[in-house]
Ligand binder design. Structure first.
Ligand SMILES: [Zn+2]
Length: 425
C-alpha cells in the first residue's frame, strides 16, 4: 500500500503526482500534455476585465505496473468542488435513465430486499437514491456541495460533507451498514483512493457490494475524448486497473459492463473476495481490453490522434471563418473548457457559446477565455452559419433537435473526426 503520497486537500493549491496513486510505483510514463488549463468551474462574469487566474498543467501519465492512467497534478478539491458547484445529475435524461437501470440491475443481480440500506457517495441531487427509495430501500447520500440541500428537500436523506472516514462513520452511526454503496462519476475524482475504498468497506455489510461508475479509459481512447481530461478527473480507469485497486483491498470484481453515460463509462460491481459469484462479464470485458494490445502503444497512438484532430479542426474551419462565417458554440459542459483551451478557439473564432435558459453559466465567460456564454435564444435569433457542438458525444441526438427548433446553419462536430454536417444554408 503506498504511503506518504502528498495530498492536495487543504493546501489551497495543488500537488504533483510523482508516484502512482494506486500501486505507488515510480517512473510514471507521460502520455499526453494538453497545456495549462483553468479550473472549469470558476467562470468570470461577462464584462469583468480579465485578470490573473490559476492554470493547472494537464498531463496524463501511465503507470507501468498497475496500468492506471492518471493526471499528473492533483488540485485541492476545495478549489474544484466549491459548495456552489453547479452540476446537477437530475437534469440530464441519459443520467436519469441510467440510474433507473442501475437500480433494476442491482436489484436483480444482487437479489436485493427492500429493507436493505443503499448509500451513495457523491450523491449530488439525490437522483440515483430516489430510484432505490422508490423501491422501498432506506437510503443515505454523502455530498459535499449545496446539492445536498436540494436532495434533503426532496426527502432523500443526505449528509453534506466530503467523503472519507469521518463521513463513513457518520453514515454507519446514523443509518447502519449498507448492502450496496454506489459511487457514480465520482470515484475517479477523489484523491487518497485507498482511504476512500477503506471508508466504503467500513460502511458495507459482509455481503455488501460496491458499485462504481466511471468514465472508461477505453472509450476515451476509442473516440478520442481527450476533452474529458481536466482536473476533476484524476484517474481514467480500465477494468484492469480498477481490478488491481480492488484486489489490494480484498475485493473482487463480480460484474462489469460498459454503459453510455458521459460518452462511455463502465459500471463495476465489487464484493469481498469469495462472497459472491463472479459473472462471465468480468472476464469478457478484461479480454476485450487485452485485445487492443499493450496499453502504452495504444496511448501513444491516441496522443498522435489528439494532435491530428486539432490540426484537422482548424483546417476544416479555415475557409468558412476566413470567408466571414460566424460560429457559435452550443453547450458549455466542463469538457468544453478543455476542448476550447487545447484547440485555441478564442473569441475571434468562436463568438459565443449558447446554453439553456436559466443555466448559471449564462452571463459568464468560458474558463480561460473571454468567450461569453449566452442564452440559447441567440442561436435561433442570430442564425450563425456554424454551430460548434461542444457536447459532441451526443451530436446525433442534438442536431435534429436544434434543426427542428429552427436553426438553419451547419453543425461542426469537433471529435472524434472533425466534420461539418447538414444545414440548409
Ligand atoms: Zn500503479
Amino acid at each position: 500500500m503506498p504511503t506518504e503520497l502528498a495530498r492536495a486537500a487543504g493546501t489551497g493549491s495543488s500537488v504533483v503526482v510523482d508516484r502512482c496513486e494506486v500501486c505507488g510505483a515510480a517512473g510514471l510514463e507521460p502520455v499526453l500534455f494538453l497545456g495549462y488549463l483553468p479550473p472549469v468551474n470558476q467562470m468570470r462574469p461577462i464584462g469583468q476585465r480579465p485578470h490573473e487566474q490559476p492554470a493547472y498543467p494537464a498531463e496524463l501519465l501511465l503507470c507501468p505496473r498497475c496500468q492506471l492512467v492518471q493526471l499528473g497534478l492533483i488540485v485541492d478539491p476545495a478549489i474544484l468542488f466549491p459548495p456552489e458547484y453547479p452540476y446537477t445529475s437530475g437534469t440530464t435524461r441519459i443520467l436519469r435513465e441510467n440510474f433507473a437501470e442501475l437500480q433494476r440491475e442491482a436489484t436483480s443481480l444482487l437479489g436485493l430486499r427492500g429493507d436493505e440500506l443503499v448509500v451513495d457517495v457523491g450523491s449530488n441531487d439525490g437522483t440515483l437514491l430516489e430510484s432505490f427509495r422508490a423501491a422501498g430501500h432506506p437510503v443515505c447520500g454523502v455530498e459535499p456541495t449545496l446539492m445536498a440541500n436540494l436532495a434533503n428537500s426532496r426527502g432523500v436523506r443526505t449528509i453534506m460533507s466530503f467523503f472519507g472516514p469521518a463521513a463513513a462513520s457518520r453514515v454507519t452511526a446514523e443509518c447502519g451498514r449498507a448492502r450496496v454503496v454506489t459511487a457514480t462519476n465520482v470515484f475517479a475524482h477523489i484523491e487518497g483512493v485507498h482511504e476512500i475504498v477503506d471508508s466504503v468497506l467500513a460502511m458495507l455489510d459482509d455481503e455488501g457490494v460496491f458499485v462504481t461508475e466511471s468514465h472508461y479509459l477505453m472509450a476515451l481512447i476509442e473516440t478520442l475524448q481527450y476533452d474529458t481530461i481536466y482536473h476533476e478527473h484524476l484517474r481514467h480507469y480500465s477494468l484492469e486497473s480498477l481490478s488491481y485497486l480492488f484486489r489490494m483491498h480484498g475485493l473482487e470484481v463480480i460484474h462489469a459492463k460498459r454503459i453510455p453515460t458521459h460518452g462511455g463509462s463502465i459500471r463495476v460491481y465489487a464484493a469481498r473476495a469469495g462472497a459472491r459469484p463472479v459473472e462471465p462479464s468480468v472476464e469478457q470485458l478484461l479480454a476485450a481490453e487485452r485485445q487492443g494490445g499493450p496499453l502504452a502503444d495504444r496511448l501513444k497512438a491516441f496522443a498522435r490522434r489528439v494532435a491530428r484532430s486539432k490540426m484537422e479542426l482548424h483546417a476544416l474551419l479555415r475557409d468558412p471563418l476566413a470567408g466571414g462565417a460566424r460560429m457559435f458554440g452550443v453547450g458549455a459542459p466542463s469538457r468544453a473548457s478543455t476542448l476550447i483551451n487545447y484547440t485555441g478557439l478564442d473569441r475571434q473564432l468562436l463568438e459565443c457559446v449558447v446554453e439553456v435558459s436559466g443555466s448559471y453559466k449564462v452571463g459568464k465567460y468560458m474558463p480561460g477565455t473571454v468567450i461569453p456564454v449566452v442564452d440559447e435564444a441567440a442561436l435561433f435569433d442570430e442564425q450563425p452559419e456554424l454551430a460548434l457542438l461542444l457536447s459532441w458525444h451526443i451530436a446525433d441526438e442534438l442536431m435534429p433537435k436544434l434543426t427542428a427548433r429552427g436553426f438553419r446553419g451547419r453543425y461542426v462536430v469537433p471529435l472524434p473526426q472533425p466534420r461539418i454536417v447538414g444545414g440548409t444554408q
